[in-house]
Design a protein around this ligand. Structure first.
Ligand code: FE
Length: 240
């Protein structure tokens, strides 16, 4: 975000979002990505708008197949699922190889792991909005997977799970800018995940990975993985 009219980046964090897996397909592959830009825009007929970076593999698939699905993630969604769909490209790997999904009547794949509800849509319009494409789609089918769990929100992901938006997300912010605002009084080195941008802070430890506060990064066992994206300890680098 380099626009000079942006005076306080924190204001952007006051906008609320959910987190979803948006999936589509092409002739050769199924694919999907983590999206926080899913909005229901009309009720009759029910239509959604989603936003996808032009560079994302899924963008080209939606253009080709004219269908997409939306899986609503729950609060306890696993780090490795978010890592797989949020921080890796479907051009390099087959994301659907190791997860559970169903196929809707549109033919769109629908991720059901860590999902509470889903929708499948037929593409109605595509808008070029600069770096991203805004797609609208009419709901052709939907379902509930788990009525009891709560949906995952972006603020929960950011504040509780300590995750950051990937580079192609509409809400991406440069973590290094935020870092200048975070306390700098600690002497212990913090380490940043090279995949998702999560920062391991020795003062806080990693509750999820059972690393107690005060543990230096070098003292964490080798099997520890990033609590956000599930990548290995060796993918972290020391911060200045
Ligand atoms: Fe990570």
């Amino acid at each position: 975000m380099t626009n000079s009219v942006i005076v306080d980046i924190e204001a952007f964090f006051k906008i609320t979002y959910g987190l979803y897996i948006v999936s589509s397909k092409s002739s050769e592959k199924l694919n999907g990505f983590i999206s926080n830009s899913v909005v229901q825009i009309t009720a009759e007929p029910a239509r959604f708008a989603i936003c996808c970076h032009k560079d994302n593999f899924t963008s080209s698939q939606i253009m080709e197949s004219k269908v997409f699905s939306i899986s609503v993630l729950h609060k306890d969604a696993k780090a490795n699922l978010i890592g797989l769909f949020g921080y890796k490209s479907g051009r390099d790997i087959n994301k659907f190889e190791s997860i559970n999904y169903i196929t809707g009547k549109t033919g769109a794949p629908i991720v059901i792991d860590d999902t509470i509800a889903w929708f499948e849509c037929k593409l109605t319009q595509t808008y070029d909005v600069g770096t991203h494409l805004l797609f609208t789609g009419e709901v052709a089918g939907n379902g509930i997977i788990d009525i009891n769990k709560e949906p995952l929100t972006y603020s929960y992901y950011r504040e509780v799970k300590k995750g950051f938006a990937p580079k192609n997300a509409p809400t991406f912010v440069d973590v290094s800018k935020l870092e200048q605002k975070v306390s700098s009084q600690k002497k212990s080195s913090r380490y940043k995940c090279g995949v998702c941008g999560y920062i391991y802070d020795p003062a806080k430890g990693d509750k999820k990975g059972e690393i107690s506060a005060g543990t230096e990064f070098k003292d964490i066992h080798e099997d520890w993985v990033c609590p956000v994206c599930g990548t290995r300890k060796t993918d972290f680098s020391e911060m200045e």
